[in-house]
Ligand binder design. Sequence first.
Ligand code: 9UX
Length: 71
Amino acid sequence: IDSMISLPIEGMTCASCVGRVEGALSKVPGVGKVSVNLSTEKASIQAVGMVDRNALIQAVEKAGYDVPAIT
Ligand code: 9UX
């Protein structure tokens, strides 16, 4: 059963940033469709298999953006 993961993303300033983050998240194992919203700074990630949340965070950071800690 697919589930959705929401992840806050910091550091995006243009539409190309959105594309970079979407591309990075899409490569993480278990990830299906990815939608990143620039104005809300949130990624909506479809999990079609086991997804390691830390792998998502590492992918975002490797692409040059940040995932803020949940407060
Ligand atoms: Mo847009 Mo984002 O020129 O790192 S790609 S600012």
